[in-house]
Design a protein around this ligand. Structure first.
Ligand code: UD1
Ligand code: CA
Length: 474
């Protein structure tokens, strides 16, 4: 049974994603939120979270490279998924939210505020935040108790433990600097409250900005404030490249931890795995393995050290030996690939196929039990079952203008160092002798041999030596 799409109990929900900043510390021509983690642009993480909680409307506040960011998000999520509001001048988070609320002028529900540069926020955490805002009718905010609160807004609570306000680091007193509970900057609150609260902000503070954090004191005096505590990691913003890759490592660790419940990772800290990858029980993954895109690893499959799989489907019990590169390809059950094989797009290996070292395939199918074990190029080729392709066999599939097909039928034997000049077909159980250049179809069951006769000339070595009396050979 298919699970129903997750629906919020507090519908309707809207999300505001703030991402107008330039991200100066990335030192990049590209906007910070377009840098990728696990192959996914940073800004897309916030959009994913908004979709997870079933937001009916997603508004993004953009400034720097607004058009480029919009284009990337639209190509990912489809046009119309996101409403873009431009914030030309960055006057602070409060100003950004005020602008972001414009398309939500008549919206009556909960608004969740997210950031384009906080990719580690978990769906469950956000759901809990929405839940507590919905239940209480208050402003719900994420907070975290951290070892080093420097730079963050501090959460000021009263004697009874209720949140009174948030004070920015630059505006805090000495006593407040010692508060270890910090503001995550992520909130859920009724739209009506946010509209009123952000209309009244003033920039009279240390940074001369419109602080969104002022809404906390306002909520404390009106609708109330509730908090959801999280690990600091989840609310951490990414500001430079070091933080980018550190955040990516955390995402990988989460994915590995999940898959690691059923599959064995020999070196869990030394793999790269994208969220879209699927792995079946009892698979085994080696060191420095990279699994990207829609890669699927079947049960009992072994992926050895240094293998890079991109959109590769590996069948049950298959074994990919070290340092293979496989892209947009299928590897059948029980097949054995590598070491050092390169399976390029459109490769389909049937069950129990063996493809060995320094073999390259492209748009090529090998049927059950066929072998190409050494130093071979097969391009645009259909290989039947139980075929043996000898070492150094090359399909000549390209004449400089177009690609041509080679067909090798069931049970054929291709001797070593053969060139198959496409288009060409080798019939069932035909034997092609080593060193052949096959330029015409080979009939089933024959021996095809194309060799220059070998001539042996007596006494040649001595005659050659006589030509160079002063030199020793070698
Ligand atoms: C904010 C909070 C702080 C909290 C911290 C958590 C305020 C005033 N402070 O501080 O209490 O501890 O987050 O990380 O809210 N942005 C805009 N337009 C603007 C300003 C910011 O879109 O005019 C976006 C930025 O692109 C960024 C995000 O809002 O993604 C946060 O802005 P930033 O200035 O970094 O806030 P902090 O100083 O980190
Ligand atoms: Ca800042």
């Amino acid at each position: 049974m298919k699970s129903r799409p997750r629906k919020s109990k507090h519908e309707p929900l809207a999300c505001l994603i703030l991402a107008a900043g330039q991200g100066t510390r990335m030192n990049s021509v590209k906007n910070k939120v377009l840098h990728t983690l696990l192959g996914v642009p940073m800004a897309a993480y916030a959009v994913e979270r908004a979709r997870d909680i079933g937001a009916a409307m997603i508004v993004t506040v953009l400034g720097h490279q607004k058009d480029e960011v919009t284009r990337v998000l639209e190509s990912r999520f489809g046009p119309g998924t996101i409403t873009v509001v431009e914030q030309k001048e960055q006057k602070g988070t409060g100003h950004a939210v005020r602008l972001g609320l414009r398309p939500l002028a008549t919206f009556d529900g909960l608004v969740v505020i997210l950031y384009g540069d906080v990719p580690l926020l978990r769906a469950e955490t956000l759901a809990a935040l929405v839940e507590s805002a919905g239940k209480s009718g208050s402003l719900a905010m994420l907070t975290s108790v951290v070892r080093d609160p420097t730079g963050y807004g501090r959460v000021v609570r009263d004697d009874t433990g209720l949140i009174r306000e948030v004070v920015e680091h630059k505006d805090a007193t000495h006593a407040q600097h010692r508060i270890a509970e910090v503001n995550g900057g992520i909130y859920a609150a009724p739209a009506d409250f946010l509209r009123k609260a952000t209309a009244k902000l003033s920039p009279h503070n240390a940074q001369g900005e419109y602080y969104l954090t002022e809404i906390v004191a306002r909520a404390a005096a009106t609708i109330g404030v509730v908090s959801v505590q999280v690990a600091a990691e989840e609310m951490a913003g990414v500001n430079d490249r070091e933080q980018l890759v550190a955040a990516e490592r955390i995402l990988v660790a989460r994915i590995v931890r999940e898959h690691g419940k059923v599959a064995t990772f020999r070196a869990p800290r030394h793999v790269y795995l994208e969220a879209t990858v699927t792995i079946e029980p009892d698979a085994e993954i080696g060191r420095n393995v990279v699994l990207r895109g829609r890669t699927h690893v079947g049960a009992f499959a072994r992926i050895d050290d240094g293998v890079i799989l991109t959109n590769a489907v590996v069948g049950r019990g298959a074994h990919v030996l070290p340092y293979c590169v496989v892209t947009d390809s299928l590897i059948g059950e029980g097949a054995k690939v590598g070491p050092f094989a390169h399976l390029r797009p459109g490769t389909e290996l049937g069950p129990d196929v063996h493809v060995g070292n320094f073999v390259e395939t492209k748009k090529t199918r090998l049927g059950r039990g066929s072998k190409a074990n050494h130093l071979t190029y097969l391009g645009d080729t259909i290989v039947g079952e139980k075929v043996n392709v000898g070492a150094g066999t090359i399909t000549c599939n390209y004449n400089g203008y177009e690609k041509q097909q080679t067909i090798i039928e069931d049970g054929a034997f291709i001797g070593s160092d053969t060139q198959l000049v496409a288009p060409v077909r080798v019939g069932k159980r035909a034997v092609v002798a080593a060193g052949a250049t096959i330029i015409e179809d080979v009939r089933p069951g024959v021996l095809a041999i194309s060799r220059v006769p070998c001539k042996q000339i007596d006494g040649y070595a001595d005659r050659l030596a006589a030509r160079y009396p002063s030199k020793k050979p070698g």
